[in-house]
Design a protein around this ligand. Structure first.
Ligand code: GDP
Ligand code: IMO
Ligand code: MG
Length: 446
């Protein structure tokens, strides 16, 4: 068994939760490492659809240790609601632990996020409005409040809050005069409320995870957001405020890279993005609308319609590189059922210079000036939904997946053909396969 990182390889919503829920059966510990309640992770079990924002997608198993790691940012109200909902459905949350090093999203972080977005008007990022950026800003700016700070002695906590209040009120005064000023008393009451309510959940999760590793237990790291939303590697500034790439699994959990055996990138068979920012293979036509409708592409957190487009091998290859992907989990292949032609973006052409681009460029002005170069692939008749082995897929679907693997230099380990746990083809089990077997795509698909 291996310690495996599940990472979003596009712009989020790739189906990370479905893959995490599936592989968690073979893990002992599931850790969310970054992001906060901007994430919307869907796990479908028959009629029951679970939408998680903060709790790891291993929560539906009875005996998995589920950790919300130090790299996350936590809105306690959202977390407690999720815990209550799970309990009301009969699930135990005794194994859920929240890192004392995670940062708290305070109420003003959420108001600031929304005010910043309104102030930017048509230049807005299109954030989820959940206070994520302002919380991470304060973390990095060293004005943040950590979960463990809730348990400081009252006088020490008040002193810390006074520092935060004075700093923030100065900002509010100058930049957001319409937002209410903060008071130490209000924030202190807020802290007291959650100090009590979170008491049984807060833990030194780094110690817990290392105890588990020492006992030979296996860890599944559940990524949130996606590579192109990563603050370093994404389409900056149209990104989230954390490292959504594989490195974030280490910094967000306290487990070093040498303990990770494998990294699996989840990507849709096409591409989606919610929020603003460049998206070279976006389809603003009937085909895009068809993908959105059949794929039910609406944001899990905000309900916004997701923008849809063809598979972009340029960004996918970049994801393979910056995450060090060992294998791919390709989801939503079923959405292509009945489509006569599929396209893969294999490069970009700069409209102004005519230059062909095959490496993902950093500059937004370049990204905004490119047209994708497409390869056309035949679709298939009938449905892939019932396929449970690679060989049961129509020849056209096999050829499409093989071409993706070849173009981006990474083998397909898993194919998802529907939202349910069992609607999955395991080409190579990432939890058990030896590293060496993840070599040649042709060998795996032979
Ligand atoms: P995440 O944020 O990466 O966990 O993904 P989301 O849960 O936000 O969005 C993925 C959506 O696709 C959810 O509604 C899933 O139930 C659904 N989904 C996952 N895999 C498949 C699949 O193979 N086929 C179809 N049709 N839906 C899928
Ligand atoms: P999961 O984990 C898709 C996007 C927002 C916006 C940008 C910044 O479900 O894949 P933020 O609120 O983080 O400051 O917003 O990032 N975004 C996501 N898009 N899936 C997500 O999470 C996302 N989390 C943030 O739409 O464009
Ligand atoms: Mg999502």
């Amino acid at each position: 068994m291996a310690n495996v990182v599940i990472v979003g390889a596009q712009w989020g919503d790739e189906g990370k939760a479905k893959i995490t829920d599936l592989l968690a059966a073979q893990a002992d510990v599931v850790i969310r490492c970054q992001g906060g309640c901007n994430a919307g992770h869907t796990v479908t079990h028959g009629e029951e659809v679970f939408k998680f924002h903060l709790v790891p997608s291993g929560m539906l198993y009875e005996n998995k240790l589920c950790i919300i790691g130090n790299g996350t940012v936590i809105n306690p109200q959202v977390l407690l609601k999720e815990i209550q909902e799970l309990q009301s459905k009969g699930f135990s949350t005794a194994n859920l632990k929240l890192s004392d090093r995670a940062h708290l999203t305070l109420p003003f972080h959420t108001s600031l996020d929304q005010a910043q977005e309104s102030a930017m008007a048509e230049k807005k990022i299109g954030t989820t409005g959940r206070g994520i950026g302002p919380t991470y800003m304060d973390k990095v700016g060293r004005y943040g409040l950590r979960v463990g700070d809730l348990y400081l002695e009252d006088a020490v906590l008040k002193e810390r809050l006074a520092q935060i209040v004075s700093h923030k009120n100065e900002l509010l005064e100058k930049c957001y005069p319409t937002l209410p000023r903060l008071t130490v008393e209000e924030l202190f009451d807020w802290c007291l409320q959650y100090r009590e309510q979170l008491a049984t959940v807060v833990a030194d999760t780094i110690a817990l995870a290392h105890d588990a590793l020492a006992e030979g237990k296996k860890i599944l790291f559940e990524g949130a957001q996606g590579t192109l939303l990563d603050v370093d590697y994404g389409t900056y500034p149209f990104v989230t405020s954390s490292n959504a790439t594989a490195g974030g699994a280490c910094t967000g959990s306290g487990i070093g890279p040498t303990r990770i055996d494998r990294v699996i990138g989840v990507m849709k068979a096409y591409t989606t993005r919610v929020g603003e920012g460049p998206f070279p293979t976006e389809l603003k036509d009937a085909t895009g609308a068809h993908l959105g409708e059949v794929g039910q592409e609406f944001g899990t957190t905000t309900g916004r319609a997701r923008r849809c487009g063809w598979f972009d091998a340029v960004i996918a290859k970049y994801s393979v590189q910056v995450n060090g992907l060992d294998g791919l989990a390709i989801t939503k292949l079923d959405v292509f059922d009945g489509m006569s032609e599929l396209k893969i973006g294999v490069g970009y052409r700069n409209r102004q210079t005519g230059e062909t681009i095959t490496h993902f460029p950093a500059q937004l002005n370049v990204l905004n000036a490119v047209d994708p170069i497409y390869e056309s692939w035949p679709g298939w008749k009938g449905s892939v939904k019932e396929a449970r082995t690679f060989q049961e897929l129509p020849a056209e679907a096999q050829a499409y997946l093989n071409r993706i693997a070849q173009l981006i230099g990474c083998p397909v380990a898993i194919v998802s053909v529907g939202p349910e746990r069992n609607q999955t083809i395991i080409v190579e089990n990432p939890m058990t396969a030896s590293k060496r077997l993840f070599g040649a795509t042709e060998k795996i698909h032979a």
